[in-house]
Design a protein around this ligand. Structure first.
Ligand SMILES: Cc1cc2nc3c(=O)[nH]c(=O)nc-3n(C[C@H](O)[C@H](O)[C@H](O)COP(=O)(O)O)c2cc1C
Length: 183
């Protein structure tokens, strides 16, 4: 499979057992079910040591971050970011991850790539404000944003035992992803 056609999904928190990871995994499965290749980058699996005071130079970029960037960002053209709401914005670790990628192959990684943004929150806002923050950062990097941003609010009402239980929420997410594929 041509790497350009692979979609990279970023589960934007390192919190264990996050609801964000459940939504990300649903999207990964949905893409598989419609025959589209995707890779799931779950920040929970990124060791804290990768995000160190060495990380701000190309030479100091952790080899594991380098591998993720070379395998899942450099040649891909579409990214799906799922970002939970932490204190009215995206988790700091997601910004640090983006910063860690930005020290090497800056334009190959971001410039004129396309991104779909999904927010997740236990509260009412569904991280809409955080999606604006994330959108600003990605726009700065030259990423083209899919105009429809999806806030998944009150997520604890819609998931159980690692699955999305509400058919409407599932259908809304699936439709967003299907529309993004045509973007
Ligand atoms: C540090 C932290 C800050 C949070 N701040 C907010 C918030 O500002 N608004 C909100 O609705 N939920 C907030 N939450 C709850 C998350 O929205 C909730 O955990 C939800 O499940 C999405 O996060 P998760 O993917 O880590 O599970 C916060 C959670 C954490 C861990």
């Amino acid at each position: 499979m041509n790497k350009k056609e692979q979609i990279t999904i970023i589960s934007g928190t390192n919190r264990p057992n996050s609801h964000t990871a459940i939504i990300a995994s649903h999207i990964h499965q949905h893409l598989h079910s419609i025959g589209r290749a995707s890779n799931l980058i779950d920040l929970e699996n990124i060791d804290g040591q990768m995000l160190s005071n060495e990380m701000y130079s190309e030479a100091g970029q952790h080899p594991d971050i380098k591998k993720i960037q070379d395998d899942h960002f450099e040649h891909q053209t579409k990214f799906i970011f799922i970002a939970p709401e932490y204190n009215g914005s995206i988790p700091g670790v997601l910004k640090v991850f983006i910063d860690a990628l930005s020290v090497r192959k800056y334009s190959e990684t971001f410039f004129h790539k396309k991104a779909c943004l999904i927010g997740v929150a236990s509260g009412r806002a569904g991280n809409l404000r955080g999606l604006d923050h994330l959108g600003d950062v990605l726009s700065y990097l030259g990423v083209i944003l899919f105009p429809a941003k999806l806030p998944v609010s009150r997520v604890t009402d819609y998931v159980d035992k690692g699955e999305i239980t509400d058919p409407e929420v599932k259908a809304t997410i699936n439709k967003l992803i299907d529309d993004f594929l045509g973007f």
